[in-house]
Design a protein around this ligand. Sequence first.
Ligand SMILES: Cc1cc2nc3c(=O)[nH]c(=O)nc-3n(C[C@H](O)[C@H](O)[C@H](O)COP(=O)(O)O)c2cc1C
Length: 178
Amino acid sequence: MKITIIQGGPRKAGNTPKVASFIAKVLQENPMVSQVNYLDINTYNFPVFGTESPDAEDLESFRDALLSADGILVVLPEYNGRVPGALKNTLDFFRPEYAKKPMGAITVSSGPFGGINALHDFQAWMMYVGAVPLSTKLLVSNVGSLFDENGEPQEFHFNKNYPEYLSDFLWLVEKISA
Ligand SMILES: Cc1cc2nc3c(=O)[nH]c(=O)nc-3n(C[C@H](O)[C@H](O)[C@H](O)COP(=O)(O)O)c2cc1C
Protein backbone atom coordinates (compact mmCIF):
# COMPACT_ATOMS: atom_id res chain seq x y z
CA MET A 1 0.00 0.00 0.00
CA LYS A 2 1.15 3.51 -0.80
CA ILE A 3 0.53 6.06 1.92
CA THR A 4 0.84 9.82 1.57
CA ILE A 5 1.38 11.80 4.77
CA ILE A 6 0.60 15.51 4.81
CA GLN A 7 2.46 17.46 7.50
CA GLY A 8 -0.02 20.27 8.15
CA GLY A 9 1.75 22.42 10.73
CA PRO A 10 2.81 25.81 9.36
CA ARG A 11 5.53 26.42 11.99
CA LYS A 12 8.82 24.96 10.74
CA ALA A 13 10.09 24.65 14.31
CA GLY A 14 6.71 23.49 15.60
CA ASN A 15 5.80 20.19 17.20
CA THR A 16 3.51 18.87 14.48
CA PRO A 17 6.42 18.05 12.10
CA LYS A 18 7.95 15.91 14.88
CA VAL A 19 4.75 13.88 15.19
CA ALA A 20 4.37 13.57 11.40
CA SER A 21 8.00 12.42 11.00
CA PHE A 22 7.60 9.85 13.75
CA ILE A 23 4.41 8.46 12.18
CA ALA A 24 6.11 8.36 8.75
CA LYS A 25 8.99 6.36 10.23
CA VAL A 26 6.62 3.87 11.85
CA LEU A 27 4.67 3.40 8.61
CA GLN A 28 7.88 2.94 6.60
CA GLU A 29 8.74 0.02 8.87
CA ASN A 30 5.32 -1.61 8.44
CA PRO A 31 5.42 -4.57 6.00
CA MET A 32 1.93 -3.69 4.70
CA VAL A 33 3.27 -0.35 3.42
CA SER A 34 5.32 -0.33 0.21
CA GLN A 35 5.86 3.44 -0.02
CA VAL A 36 5.43 6.55 2.11
CA ASN A 37 5.27 9.96 0.43
CA TYR A 38 5.81 12.82 2.86
CA LEU A 39 4.30 16.17 1.89
CA ASP A 40 5.25 19.06 4.18
CA ILE A 41 3.16 22.18 3.59
CA ASN A 42 6.25 24.23 4.44
CA THR A 43 8.30 22.61 1.70
CA TYR A 44 5.58 23.29 -0.85
CA ASN A 45 4.75 26.73 0.48
CA PHE A 46 1.90 27.39 -1.95
CA PRO A 47 0.87 31.04 -2.27
CA VAL A 48 -2.42 32.29 -0.87
CA PHE A 49 -4.91 30.73 -3.27
CA GLY A 50 -5.89 33.09 -6.07
CA THR A 51 -3.14 35.63 -5.51
CA GLU A 52 -0.46 34.15 -7.78
CA SER A 53 0.28 30.85 -9.53
CA PRO A 54 2.04 28.15 -7.57
CA ASP A 55 5.15 26.51 -8.99
CA ALA A 56 3.84 24.11 -11.66
CA GLU A 57 6.22 21.27 -10.71
CA ASP A 58 5.30 21.61 -7.04
CA LEU A 59 1.63 21.49 -7.92
CA GLU A 60 2.10 18.38 -10.06
CA SER A 61 4.23 16.53 -7.51
CA PHE A 62 1.72 17.26 -4.74
CA ARG A 63 -1.13 16.13 -7.01
CA ASP A 64 0.73 12.94 -8.00
CA ALA A 65 1.30 12.08 -4.35
CA LEU A 66 -2.43 12.49 -3.66
CA LEU A 67 -3.57 10.55 -6.73
CA SER A 68 -1.12 7.68 -6.36
CA ALA A 69 -1.87 7.18 -2.66
CA ASP A 70 -3.98 4.27 -1.50
CA GLY A 71 -4.52 6.25 1.70
CA ILE A 72 -3.82 9.78 2.93
CA LEU A 73 -2.90 10.64 6.50
CA VAL A 74 -2.93 14.28 7.60
CA VAL A 75 -1.11 15.37 10.74
CA LEU A 76 -2.28 18.81 11.86
CA PRO A 77 -2.19 21.15 14.84
CA GLU A 78 -5.20 22.94 16.25
CA TYR A 79 -5.05 26.69 15.72
CA ASN A 80 -7.75 28.76 17.37
CA GLY A 81 -10.03 25.77 17.58
CA ARG A 82 -9.81 24.89 13.89
CA VAL A 83 -7.59 23.60 11.06
CA PRO A 84 -4.66 26.00 10.45
CA GLY A 85 -5.37 28.38 7.57
CA ALA A 86 -2.08 27.49 5.86
CA LEU A 87 -3.08 23.83 5.68
CA LYS A 88 -6.55 24.62 4.36
CA ASN A 89 -4.97 26.94 1.78
CA THR A 90 -2.69 24.12 0.58
CA LEU A 91 -5.54 21.61 0.42
CA ASP A 92 -7.71 24.06 -1.55
CA PHE A 93 -5.47 23.69 -4.62
CA PHE A 94 -6.99 20.22 -5.08
CA ARG A 95 -10.45 18.68 -4.99
CA PRO A 96 -11.19 15.61 -7.18
CA GLU A 97 -7.91 14.13 -5.90
CA TYR A 98 -9.57 13.46 -2.51
CA ALA A 99 -12.63 11.61 -3.82
CA LYS A 100 -13.05 8.09 -2.43
CA LYS A 101 -9.61 8.22 -0.77
CA PRO A 102 -9.34 6.60 2.66
CA MET A 103 -8.17 9.45 4.83
CA GLY A 104 -7.10 9.77 8.46
CA ALA A 105 -6.31 12.79 10.61
CA ILE A 106 -4.01 12.99 13.61
CA THR A 107 -4.39 16.19 15.61
CA VAL A 108 -1.71 17.79 17.75
CA SER A 109 -1.94 20.20 20.67
CA SER A 110 0.32 21.58 23.37
CA GLY A 111 -2.66 21.48 25.72
CA PRO A 112 -4.64 18.63 27.28
CA PHE A 113 -7.36 18.21 24.64
CA GLY A 114 -5.26 16.93 21.73
CA GLY A 115 -6.77 19.20 19.09
CA ILE A 116 -10.29 17.71 19.28
CA ASN A 117 -11.86 20.88 17.83
CA ALA A 118 -9.54 20.78 14.81
CA LEU A 119 -10.32 17.08 14.38
CA HIS A 120 -14.07 17.78 14.22
CA ASP A 121 -13.40 20.63 11.78
CA PHE A 122 -11.25 18.39 9.61
CA GLN A 123 -13.69 15.47 9.74
CA ALA A 124 -16.38 17.74 8.27
CA TRP A 125 -13.94 18.80 5.53
CA MET A 126 -13.04 15.18 4.69
CA MET A 127 -16.74 14.37 4.33
CA TYR A 128 -17.31 17.44 2.17
CA VAL A 129 -14.61 16.56 -0.36
CA GLY A 130 -15.84 12.97 -0.68
CA ALA A 131 -12.98 11.20 1.09
CA VAL A 132 -13.58 8.09 3.18
CA PRO A 133 -12.68 9.32 6.67
CA LEU A 134 -11.36 7.06 9.39
CA SER A 135 -13.50 7.47 12.50
CA THR A 136 -10.76 6.35 14.90
CA LYS A 137 -9.12 9.26 16.73
CA LEU A 138 -5.49 9.91 17.58
CA LEU A 139 -5.44 13.05 19.71
CA VAL A 140 -1.89 14.05 20.60
CA SER A 141 -2.01 16.19 23.73
CA ASN A 142 0.82 17.90 25.68
CA VAL A 143 2.99 17.45 22.60
CA GLY A 144 5.75 19.69 24.00
CA SER A 145 6.84 16.91 26.36
CA LEU A 146 6.04 13.91 24.15
CA PHE A 147 9.46 13.19 22.63
CA ASP A 148 12.83 12.57 24.23
CA GLU A 149 16.08 13.93 22.74
CA ASN A 150 16.20 10.99 20.28
CA GLY A 151 12.73 11.73 18.93
CA GLU A 152 11.18 8.75 20.69
CA PRO A 153 7.73 9.26 22.26
CA GLN A 154 7.67 8.91 26.03
CA GLU A 155 4.03 9.25 26.91
CA PHE A 156 2.04 6.17 27.98
CA HIS A 157 -1.27 6.99 26.26
CA PHE A 158 0.35 8.00 22.97
CA ASN A 159 2.47 4.85 22.92
CA LYS A 160 -0.62 2.75 23.58
CA ASN A 161 -2.85 4.55 21.09
CA TYR A 162 -0.74 5.20 17.99
CA PRO A 163 -0.24 1.51 17.02
CA GLU A 164 -4.00 0.91 17.32
CA TYR A 165 -4.72 4.03 15.30
CA LEU A 166 -2.32 3.04 12.49
CA SER A 167 -3.69 -0.49 12.50
CA ASP A 168 -7.23 0.88 11.99
CA PHE A 169 -5.99 3.27 9.30
CA LEU A 170 -4.24 0.52 7.33
CA TRP A 171 -7.29 -1.72 7.74
CA LEU A 172 -9.48 0.98 6.16
CA VAL A 173 -6.99 1.61 3.36
CA GLU A 174 -6.77 -2.08 2.60
CA LYS A 175 -10.57 -2.49 2.52
CA ILE A 176 -11.16 0.48 0.23
CA SER A 177 -8.23 -0.11 -2.12
CA ALA A 178 -8.95 -3.85 -2.50
C1 LIG B 1 -1.79 30.55 16.03
C2 LIG B 1 -1.89 29.44 17.05
C3 LIG B 1 -3.14 29.06 17.53
C4 LIG B 1 -3.24 28.01 18.45
N1 LIG B 1 -4.49 27.62 18.86
C5 LIG B 1 -4.60 26.52 19.64
C6 LIG B 1 -5.89 25.99 19.96
O1 LIG B 1 -6.92 26.48 19.56
N2 LIG B 1 -5.95 24.88 20.73
C7 LIG B 1 -4.82 24.25 21.20
O2 LIG B 1 -4.94 23.24 21.88
N3 LIG B 1 -3.58 24.74 20.92
C8 LIG B 1 -3.45 25.84 20.15
N4 LIG B 1 -2.20 26.31 19.80
C9 LIG B 1 -1.02 25.68 20.37
C10 LIG B 1 -0.62 24.42 19.60
O3 LIG B 1 -1.37 23.35 20.17
C11 LIG B 1 0.88 24.17 19.77
O4 LIG B 1 1.60 25.16 19.07
C12 LIG B 1 1.30 22.75 19.41
O5 LIG B 1 2.69 22.63 19.65
C13 LIG B 1 0.99 22.31 17.99
O6 LIG B 1 1.28 23.26 17.02
P1 LIG B 1 2.75 23.53 16.34
O7 LIG B 1 2.98 22.49 15.29
O8 LIG B 1 2.60 24.90 15.79
O9 LIG B 1 3.79 23.43 17.44
C14 LIG B 1 -2.07 27.36 18.91
C15 LIG B 1 -0.81 27.77 18.41
C16 LIG B 1 -0.72 28.77 17.49
C17 LIG B 1 0.65 29.13 16.94
